[in-house]
Design a protein around this ligand. Structure first.
Ligand code: AMP
Ligand code: MG
Length: 501
């Protein structure tokens, strides 16, 4: 068999289009428009493996035609789904897949994956949009999806990225691209809000059944599926946002239509990773009020869960207190437990201690006052000895102290950190190893994404591949990729990301 035959043999018979079996009012069946003259920009070997495919399979022209939406993938049943949502806290009404086509669901070796093309043309839900995605934002989504997965943070995946000479107009003319995304489900909070707003309770119930049957078997078997789903989603969303805060990820557009019912990071737009620490940082240039600033993300996720709870009320006997109870406790417990565990791991503590909250609070104050580079601080902290002698301490602490304009401020916190380490008496080598598994050397810094984008816009896709290669192993020391761990260079000072994509 040649490569397309192998791919066809692997993909075609395995399609099982569960979402397409919902009633027709959930979506519109349609063919993607595709893009002219597509070329492969990048493939994720890890995502390819999820489908049980060898990466080289996607390089042949037939596979590129599939990934561009130019040719129907055998067994697929393309559709665009309808959903609604709250954008920036305001009810936005009907939205939907305005530039995404769900091709169907493929059975991979470890579970099913819905396959979606983003940017392959208009749909009935495009509103004023052109149904396209630009190369710039597609590279960001491709790289960050795979970076988050490697950081072990729940996320939709990116299988491949194809480019096209097709010109699309944003602030300036740019070229089009299509990202192939994978997720066990692309259902959003807004998918439920849609049916609640339409007062179509039967559809609401069908969607709860569909999601619970496939993804929340315990909720499916419980007395009230909607209530159990709400509690489960509150927990997974709490876990997700705790991991975002710990790693310093900012989503940028936490609208309810961008909230996955599975607690995945979804819809990468103007996201960012915290560099010089500032809790008030707003990574989305279009978010002038700072609604989605870093420090507000946990609160916003809770607000979004309450919007989901409101949508599910008709299935909870319109009992608002009951709905709220399914959100508040599960969300707070999940968030607090996961955040505390993540911070303990980042700081090198093996077990909880009652004073940790104040130590961590003190640390964030310190980072904020000194605007330290967030990933670098934690990574370097792991290298410090727990019991330095007075004569060499300043020298040994230099990798961390040098990140602080105010060294005394840093020294005071380090002393309290060391006292805390003493309580456990773990060997430094073991602690450093475990800290290295919790503190990535590499996150997708904005300037790194921008470097890959500029090279790709000039026709060199090598940097995208290099960055992907680096971010697949974010916790490893990788001397040949060391430059990608650096704080932003001067040229990156004025970089801004907006909703435009
Ligand atoms: P987002 O803020 O990217 O999550 O998008 C919000 C809504 O706008 C979703 O329904 C998208 O499908 C839609 N949308 C965004 N950009 C485009 C575009 N270029 N063409 C069509 N629809 C779009
Ligand atoms: Mg979206």
């Amino acid at each position: 068999m040649n490569a397309p035959e192998r791919a066809r043999a692997r993909l075609a018979p395995a399609f099982d289009n569960g979402f397409a079996r919902l009633p027709e009012r959930f979506y519109t069946r349609l063919e993607p428009w595709g893009v002219p003259d597509p070329h492969l920009v990048a493939v994720s070997p890890d995502a390819t493996a999820l489908l049980g495919l060898a990466p080289d399979v996607l390089a042949c022209p037939e596979a590129v035609a599939w990934l561009a939406g130019n040719r129907r993938l055998p067994g697929s049943d393309p559709l665009a789904a309808v959903y609604s949502g709250h954008q920036f806290g305001v009810w936005a009404g009907q939205l939907g897949d305005g530039r995404a086509h769900l091709l169907g669901e493929v059975a991979g070796p470890q579970g099913n994956w819905e396959v979606q093309l983003k940017g392959a043309g208009r749909t009935p839900y495009s509103r004023m949009g052109d149904g396209r995605a630009v190369l710039r934002s597609s590279i960001r989504e491709f790289l960050c999806s795979e970076a988050m997965a490697a950081l072990d943070i729940p996320t939709t995946r990116a299988l491949a990225l194809v480019g096209s000479p097709l010109v699309v107009h944003r602030e300036t003319p740019e070229t089009a691209a299509v990202v192939t995304r994978l997720a066990p489900s692309f259902v959003r909070f807004g998918s439920f809000e849609h049916w609640a707003a339409a007062r179509d309770i039967e559809a609401l119930r069908l969607l709860v059944d569909h999601v619970t049957e496939r993804h929340f078997p315990e909720a499916f078997d419980s007395a009230n599926r909607a209530e159990a789903l709400l509690a489960a989603v509150s927990r997974s969303t709490g876990h997700l946002v705790a991991q975002w805060q710990a790693v310093g990820f900012m989503h940028g557009v936490m609208n309810t239509d961008n909230m996955s019912i599975l607690g995945l990071t979804i819809d990468y737009g103007p996201f960012g990773f915290m560099e010089a620490f500032n809790g008030a940082h707003v990574c989305n240039h279009s978010d002038s009020a700072g609604r989605y600033r870093f420090s507000r993300q946990p609160q916003v996720a809770h607000w979004n869960l309450l919007a989901l709870a409101t949508a599910l009320l008709p299935l909870l006997g319109d009992d608002a207190e009951r709905a709220r109870a399914a959100v508040d406790g599960p969300y707070a417990d999940a968030y607090n437990a996961r955040f505390a565990a993540a911070m303990r791991a980042k700081l090198g503590f093996a077990a909880p201690h009652p004073d940790d909250e104040s130590l961590i609070g003190g640390l964030y104050g310190l980072l904020q006052r000194n605007r330290c580079d967030y990933p670098m601080f934690f990574r370097q902290l792991g290298r410090l000895p727990s019991r330095p002698d007075a004569a060499t301490r300043a020298q040994l602490d230099a990798p961390v102290r040098d990140l602080f304009p105010d060294r005394d401020d840093c020294d005071a916190w380090l002393a309290s950190w060391r006292q805390r380490l003493m309580l456990e008496g773990r060997a430094d080598g073991e602690r450093q190893q475990s800290m290295n598994r919790a503190n990535p050397s590499y996150v997708l810094r904005n300037w790194v994404a921008e470097t890959a984008i500029r090279a790709a816009q000039g026709g060199d896709f090598g940097v995208v591949a290099e960055v992907l290669d680096c971010l697949r192993r974010p916790f490893d020391e990788q001397p040949r990729h060391a430059r990608f761990a650096a704080p932003p260079p001067d040229w990156a000072d004025g970089l801004e990301v907006s909703c435009s994509s």
